[in-house]
Design a protein around this ligand. Structure first.
Ligand code: IPE
Ligand code: IPE
Ligand code: MG
Length: 255
């Protein structure tokens, strides 16, 4: 990620990168006496709304936690339904995604995805590569610890080949081994569905993200809710370990 000094700048009006844990589909459905899968289906509408909303707000990077490594242990029928919805999304949205100039990316252990889905994701990523209006990253078959382990594995291989000197390893060098090192760290992490936990999402990258949780279940989440989260973010002071006086002093010095 860009190594510019984050505390020497006033917080940008709009977060550059928003990451969302889209949670609550199952409970939303259960509350209505319908199947969890109906909740996931409705969640797709919220996903579309989040992409539209982020684009309208000028958010450059949007990462959506769509399926965790732990989610593979859900009932087979639910996993199949989620994969089907993903495929449906890619098929039905890709033209609009292209039109809007959005680039699709994917992070996770995608080798575990059914081949049809994996190919569909790869084709969508390929087709949208180089789009610059916004970057939409799907965390699919994703685990934060797995990402760190996968990075460590690649790093160790490079060390074995003599390409890396262990003494020179620092955070910046390590981060270059993560799934997509071009992506800046999230400024804002949103979790819907009334839970306050990270659930193995972007563990490395959220070190200094602002966290926003809401009671709203994902199928009810709309553009206005994203806007509210961004407004709350804008009211926060990001201190990165410094005192408030230091942060405003730095800003004053810059102004
Ligand atoms: C989020 O909703 C979607 C995925 C995890 C794939 P859930 O399915 O976790 O919904 P709840 O948390 O059971 O309500
Ligand atoms: C996190 O939600 C994963 C996704 C939103 C894809 P979960 O529903 O799987 O998380 P837990 O089990 O409540 O921690
Ligand atoms: Mg959940």
């Amino acid at each position: 990620m860009a190594e510019s000094d984050p505390i020497s700048q006033p917080p940008p009006r709009v977060p550059q990168h928003v990451a969302i844990i889209m949670d609550g589909n199952g409970r939303w459905a259960e509350q209505r006496g319908i199947s969890r899968n109906e909740g996931h289906k409705q969640g797709l509408e919220s996903l579309r709304a989040a992409v539209r909303g982020a684009n309208d707000l000028g958010i450059q990077w949007l990462t959506l936690y769509a399926f965790s490594l732990e989610n593979w242990s859900r009932p087979k029928s639910e996993v199949e339904s989620l994969m089907g919805l993903l495929e449906h999304y890619l098929e039905t949205e890709i033209d609009e995604v292209m039109e809007k100039g959005i680039e699709l990316r994917c992070i996770g252990r995608t080798d575990r995805l059914p081949p049809r889905i994996r190919d569909g994701v790869a084709a969508a990523v390929e087709r949208t590569r180089g789009n610059r209006e916004m970057h939409l990253i799907f965390a699919l078959s994703y685990g934060g610890r797995a990402e760190i382990v996968d990075a460590a594995r690649k790093l160790l291989r490079d060390a074995e080949l003599g390409n890396v000197d262990p003494e020179r390893l620092d955070e910046k060098m390590f981060a270059a081994y993560l799934y997509d090192p071009e992506v800046p760290d999230p400024d804002l992490l949103i979790r819907t569905g009334a839970e306050s936990r990270v659930s193995n999402f972007l563990l490395w990258q959220i070190a200094y993200s602002e966290i926003y949780t809401t009671e709203i279940m994902w199928p009810d989440f709309r553009e206005a809710d994203l806007e509210r989260a961004v407004q709350e973010y804008q009211s926060r002071e990001r201190r990165f370990g410094l005192t408030s006086a230091q942060v405003s002093g730095r800003r004053g010095a810059k102004a």
